[in-house]
Design a protein around this ligand. Structure first.
Ligand SMILES: C[S@@+](CC[C@H](N)C(=O)[O-])C[C@H]1O[C@@H](n2cnc3c(N)ncnc32)[C@H](O)[C@@H]1O
Length: 666
């Protein structure tokens, strides 16, 4: 039975829609008095559309803006008091892996990574929600994370199941998407190395806005390309024109430092010359831009034929005279003089693959400066800065050729074809026992990683979904022996209709486990060095009690009840990772050893860089063991001393065994 609609018709909304069909440029997005987004008329623009004269208005300038843009900047810069808690039971090879998986809102995660990974990430790949109307985009109320937001707006139930989509009809338009993306991209940029790159998957809906915010954040001069990905999938949609492409926007932190790897598009046929490690071509070139000149080829100039004899061109003086007055050799002159180029001023005589006598030749040229260098250096190859070398020779027809050797083939096209489809990758995942809609193709992401990340680089994906990026990094490492690492971030969003998985993090993590096992099994000799593990962290509120942040709000009587700043459910390992990233900028993948002294756990991070103990009841013996490691930094918990004498001894013991250690108390 249909429900009675108790809400009166939105007459103003209908009117706005009507005007919008006549003047789409006059429709804008604004926030109403309740802070909700809605469509509205830009009356200044409408006035102008309806006036024959210039309507006075505020001074125009070139800008791209939307409601709350300034708030998005504030948000990017606002500090948070959250922490990353290690989850050993979900991790694989926790102690040895360099890969990281973070469960939580990427806005928080990107902030938590700022200190440690600033300028360290070579490549970021993201595939954010496209704002299709089905993929939810929440408005960022930046004081709370996405999870709370969904519940507070009624967009998710108590279990975190999403209830609404970002449909045009509920007033969530481009503004929400922009407010979501803008602060995240700003934070992400800072994580990139100076020669780092971001690759951003998107389709027609938001590509104009994505380009505008990327232009703004990265600078339009750092735009690298807008790859067209031919999605190749069978589509049964009935549109007049079936869209079979999406985009991958690429922006560098600094375009002048971009260096792509020597990769050849797999669509290039095996027989293509592109795969040769050398390139060669004639340097004879005649046209308006190539004023002709005479070059003397010396005795000993190489030739590809053992013997050759070509006589001088009889009418060459006339050709030279006419070419000099004309400024270049024209087609008519070539026809009239019936010469091939270069025209010979002397007989060309080759014996034993070399010129036996000097030969002057006349033509327009390409690269004649390099030819002259080659001649001046006694016809020895010239080394180029990129590691290649150039030499010159005479062909069997007496034409001067260059040959560049030592080149690694490279051919990367802006159209990405035959890189797999979301359908085939969905089936691939199903065969692995994992179900996820619209995963990006493994081959596509692996290809992008192979172009932009070197063999030891870190690749970050902060909308990681089914973890295709992790799979691609591990697979590429297995193929080329690389040691690239990944950092993945994913919101623990409910996985619709998936009884075996709690949320999308569960799906992504299980994919990495299964894919990693398979890749390692197939890797043969490379298997030993292949890192298919990952450390899982979940974003949580701070390890510290509120009193730690607001000691001034403490009441006198509380002072006696508070023995500790740290929340009861937090483990020593939680505290260790907080200290590592907040205070010392130590990567989440750092090597950590654990030792037990007098029943207390001493953590040793990165071979004595940081030594820490977060247990209570610490004795002289424990402090001595820590000091004897001569660490750069030592950390103890505020309330950890067994008694006052240990506290007093702490300084003394360190002064004795390791005076240069910087000591901190948590
Ligand atoms: C289009 S999917 C990515 C698919 C992925 N490229 C793959 O191949 O499986 C986008 C993902 O971003 C996640 N996401 C959306 N908002 C997020 C946020 N604020 N923080 C972290 N992840 C988020 C969604 O849950 C979704 O899984």
């Amino acid at each position: 039975m249909e429900k009675v609609n108790m809400v009166s018709k939105d007459i103003v909304g209908n009117n706005i829609e009507k005007i919008g069909t006549l003047f789409p440029n006059c429709i804008t997005e604004v926030k109403n008095a309740n802070g909700e987004l809605e469509h509205a008329i830009d009356f200044d623009k409408l006035k102008q559309e309806l006036s024959r004269n210039l309507v006075e208005g505020k001074k125009e300038r070139y800008e791209f803006t939307w409601p709350d843009k300034r708030q998005a900047i504030v948000t990017a810069n606002a500090p948070i008091s959250k922490t990353l808690r290690p989850v050993r039971e979900k991790s694989v090879d926790f102690d040895n892996t360099q890969n990281v998986y973070i469960e939580g809102d990427n806005l928080d995660a990107l902030k938590l990574l700022q200190e440690t990974y600033l300028g360290k990430i070579k490549m970021i790949y993201i595939d954010p929600p496209y704002n299709t109307g089905n993929d939810f985009v929440y408005e960022d109320d930046f004081s709370q994370n996405a999870d709370n937001y969904l519940k507070s707006t009624g967009d998710a139930d108590e279990q975190g199941n999403r209830l609404t989509a970002n449909k045009d009809s509920n007033g969530r338009f481009h503004t929400d998407w922009l407010n979501m993306m803008y602060p995240r991209l700003k934070l992400a940029k800072d994580l990139l190395t100076d020669d780092g790159i971001i690759l951003f998957s998107i389709n027609d809906i938001e590509v104009p806005n994505a380009r505008k915010i990327l232009d703004e954040i990265f600078g339009s001069m750092n735009f690298v390309d807008c790859f067209i990905w031919y999605i190749n999938g069978h589509t049964d949609n009935q549109d007049q024109i079936i869209t079979v492409h999406e985009y991958i926007l690429a922006y560098c932190k600094n375009l002048s430092l971009l260096k792509t790897n020597s990769v050849v598009d797999p669509n290039i046929p095996n027989k293509s010359k592109i795969y040769n490690s050398f390139a060669e071509n004639s340097i004879v070139k005649n046209g308006e831009k190539n004023p002709p000149s005479m070059i003397t080829l010396p005795i000993g100039f190489p030739c590809e034929k053992e013997n050759l004899i070509f006589s001088r061109h009889s009418n060459i003086e006339n050709l030279i005279a006419e070419a000099k007055s004309n400024g270049f050799i024209s087609r008519e002159m070539t026809r009239n003089y019936k010469v091939e180029y270069p025209a010979r001023f002397d007989d060309m005589v080759v014996a034993d693959y070399k010129l036996a006598k000097e030969c002057r030749v006349f033509s327009g040229w390409m690269n004649n400066g390099k030819l002259q260098n080659f001649i001046n250096s006694g016809c020895t190859p010239i080394k180029e800065n990129d590691g290649t070398s150039i030499s010159f020779y005479l062909s069997k027809n007496g034409v001067v050729y260059y040959k560049r050797e030592g080149r690694t083939p490279k051919y990367i096209q802006s159209v990405l074809q035959n890189m797999g489809t979301t359908e085939t990758n969905k089936y691939m995942l199903e065969e692995m026992g994992i179900s996820f809609d619209y995963p990006k193709p493994l081959i596509l992401i692996k290809y992008l990683v192979s172009i932009f990340a070197n063999r030891e680089d870190i690749v970050l994906d902060f909308f990681s979904g089914s973890a295709t990026t992790a799979h691609a990094v591990m697979k590429l490492n297995a193929e080329d022996g690389g040691t690239r690492n990944f950092i993945l971030i994913q919101l623990p969003e409910k996985a619709d209709g998936q009884p075996n998985f709690l949320d999308i993090c569960d799906i992504g993590e299980e994919r990495i486990r299964r894919a990693g096992k398979k890749i390692k099994g197939e890797a043969g000799l490379l298997a030993d060095n292949l890192d298919v593990g990952f450390r899982v962290f979940k974003i949580d509120d701070s390890n510290m009690k509120d009193v730690y942040y607001q000691p001034e709000s403490l009441r006198q009587e509380d002072l006696f009840s508070i023995s500790d700043n740290i929340k009861d459910d937090r483990t020593p390992e939680d505290l260790l990772f907080q200290v590592m990233i907040d205070d010392f900028g130590i990567p989440l993948s750092a090597k950590i050893e654990k030792n037990t002294v007098s029943g207390k756990t001493i953590f040793n991070v990165e071979n004595n860089f940081l030594v820490a103990c977060f247990d209570s009841g610490v004795t002289d013996e424990v402090v001595t063991a820590m000091a004897k490691l001569e660490p750069k930094y030592a950390v103890l918990r505020d309330s950890s001393y067994e008694d006052d004498s240990v506290a007093a001894n702490f300084e003394q013991i360190f002064n004795k065994y390791s005076p240069s250690t910087t000591k901190k108390v948590l």
